[in-house]
Design a protein around this ligand. Structure first.
Ligand SMILES: [Cu+2]
Length: 549
């Protein structure tokens, strides 16, 4: 019997373990098995609820080169294994949406039906404020597909009552991995994603043919942060909030895995499982560790590494996916620990621990009141460390192995045709009042001519964090549609191993930056790059790109 410790003790010792830099040794010590019941999520009432086995979203598989799906955006009432049914916006009355499984060369044929309600009192259209949040559309995040016509075109608009057909062919050489779909109608993205509208896309490929990977049981894990009122209902955005209000109000956040709170997974000692994890939260950074276990990373954002990368912690920005192998240790109960960050979370992938901003600074930043950032308030407990899933290791079975190498995805970069430097900016009035988020000081405007890139070239871009100097520190998440990118340096420091991603954190301090290169090999058309803290995007932090022949 393990002596219970208080949540405060657990959190303090958690921070201490990270600060001391002894992650490995400290892990088992700082969160003993069975702590979970003493670390109930501060915002959710789970008293008395029995453990739920991790459910898997229903899988819709392609056949004869096609996946035909009717996808209905609609209000729904969902059981999330919390005190009350959750009333929210859904795809098909489930959270998360169904998993789509396809092969390279397949075509997605999607009928998107919008059954969300008409807004009774629609606010004025403002491109840097929440608006028309029951209009919707569809984005296939990370898929290398056309952004034009009725493919992955986020300029399409599907108002309540309408249906839009999408036809999205995947190229025959599409990488195998995990991607996802979610709404991307500017002005309503935050509302719909925080409600739970998101689902996984699995593309089968070379990685699935690696013996050790193929032998491992797959667990899809869609991590979400469902933002609700105290009555477990989705709240309505406030386009023009007072200083006391938020643009996207909520009274509690449910950190769910596949739509339920605190599920369990069973493994036997020596078993290897393949965990395919998506951060589908609206804007939360999610750091994950599994007590007393290494995480063997196979891929980030659906792009396979050359060999498994054994780490103690993975940090997923909103939109990131990570694919892991986990090998169960000795019998026991182990918590998957989530450290949820706001946009001040500084943990930077690819940087050695010694180069990370100090954890003490993190703790104080997380405690920093956000009162002067209208619309961005946090509430007590929101950012506390918590278990989100428990692994029960018991029984026996054949010892399983880990692969030593993987079919790496690392295409050559074309000659660099152009270099570009741009900034994620926050614009305020002289009295410090927040005005809008933007790129190079300009809020998104769909009518503005997009930045043009020549088809068949590569470019090198450097993204700089340039908040108003009066503003508190603030991290962002860069995402660009259609093409992934290769990060070559972070904060002026060249990475020993460049990182392929389609989504990457821009760390929080003024002047922080990263540089990446990207091929624009195919797919002419207009698409966007934006902050994947979706509240920032809806408040203006997005711009159009056009790839021209
Ligand atoms: Cu941002």
């Amino acid at each position: 019997m393990v002596k219970p410790i208080s949540r405060r003790q657990a959190i303090q010792s958690g921070f201490a373990a990270v600060a001391a830099g002894h992650l490995h040794g400290a892990l088992g010590a700082w969160l003993p098995p069975r702590l979970r019941s003493h670390v109930a999520p501060p915002s959710a009432s789970t008293a008395g609820s029995a453990p739920v086995a991790l459910p898997q979203p229903k899988v819709l598989k392609s056949a004869n080169g096609e996946l035909a799906v009717t996808l209905t955006a609609r209000p729904g009432v969902v059981d999330m294994a919390v005190a009350r049914p959750v009333t929210t916006y859904t795809y098909d009355n489930v959270v998360p949406g169904y998993t789509w499984e396809v092969d390279p060369g397949d075509t997605l044929n999607i009928d998107l039906v919008n059954k969300l309600p008409e807004l009774a009192h629609p606010p004025a259209m403002a491109m840097d404020r929440p608006h028309e949040w029951t209009n919707t559309n569809l984005h296939t995040h990370g898929l290398h597909v056309s952004p034009a016509g009725i493919a992955d075109n986020v300029f399409l608009d599907v108002p309540p009552g309408a249906t839009q057909h999408y036809e999205i062919p995947l190229p025959a050489d599409h990488p195998g991995g995990i991607f996802w779909y979610h709404p991307h109608r500017h002005g309503g993205v935050t509302q719909q994603v925080r409600a739970g509208m998101a689902g996984m896309i699995v593309v089968r490929g070379e990685i699935d043919r690696v013996d050790e990977v193929r032998a491992a049981k797959e667990q899809i894990m869609v991590l979400q942060a469902i933002e609700l009122g105290a009555d477990f209902q989705l709240m309505t955005p406030i386009p023009n909030p007072t200083t006391e209000e938020a643009f996207f109000p909520r009274k509690q956040i449910l950190y769910t895995v596949n739509g339920v709170l605190n599920p369990t997974i069973s493994m036997y000692p020596g078993e290897v499982q393949r965990w395919r994890i998506l951060n589908a939260a609206e804007g939360k950074f999610m750091s994950l560790r599994l007590a007393e276990h290494d995480l063997h990373v196979l891929a980030w954002d659906g792009l396979t590494l050359a060999a498994p990368d054994a780490v103690e912690l993975v940090m997923l920005s909103a939109g990131n996916r990570v694919e892991l192998l986990v090998k169960a240790g000795k019998p026991g109960s182990y918590d998957l620990i989530l450290t949820p960050g706001s946009s001040q979370k500084p943990n930077i992938p690819g940087m050695p621990v010694s180069a990370q901003p100090s954890t003490a600074a993190t703790a104080s930043a997380m405690a920093m009141p956000m009162a002067n950032m209208r619309g961005m308030q946090t509430f007590p407990g929101e950012l506390e460390v918590r278990p989100i899933l428990t692994v029960e290791v018991a029984g026996s079975g054949p010892e399983m192995g880990l692969p030593s190498s993987l079919p790496v995805w690392d295409p050559p970069i074309l000659p660099i045709a152009r270099r570009r430097r741009f900034s994620f900016t926050v614009t305020r009035r002289p009295n410090n009042e927040f005005l809008f988020f933007g790129i190079d000081g300009v809020a998104f405007d769909q009518e503005r001519s997009p930045y043009q890139v020549k088809l068949g070239t590569a470019e090198e871009w450097t993204l700089v964090n340039a908040p108003d100097p009066k503003l508190m520190e603030h991290a962002h998440v860069f995402h660009i549609h259609t093409n992934p990118f290769k990060i070559t340096s972070v904060n002026g420091r060249t990475l020993d191993k460049p990182l392929w991603r389609d989504t990457f954190v821009l760390s929080k301090s003024s002047g922080d930056s990263f540089t990446f290169v990207s091929n624009f090999v195919d797919y002419p058309g207009k698409f966007v790059e934006h902050c994947h803290v979706l509240a920032h995007e809806d408040l203006g932090m997005m711009e159009s790109i056009e790839v021209v022949p």
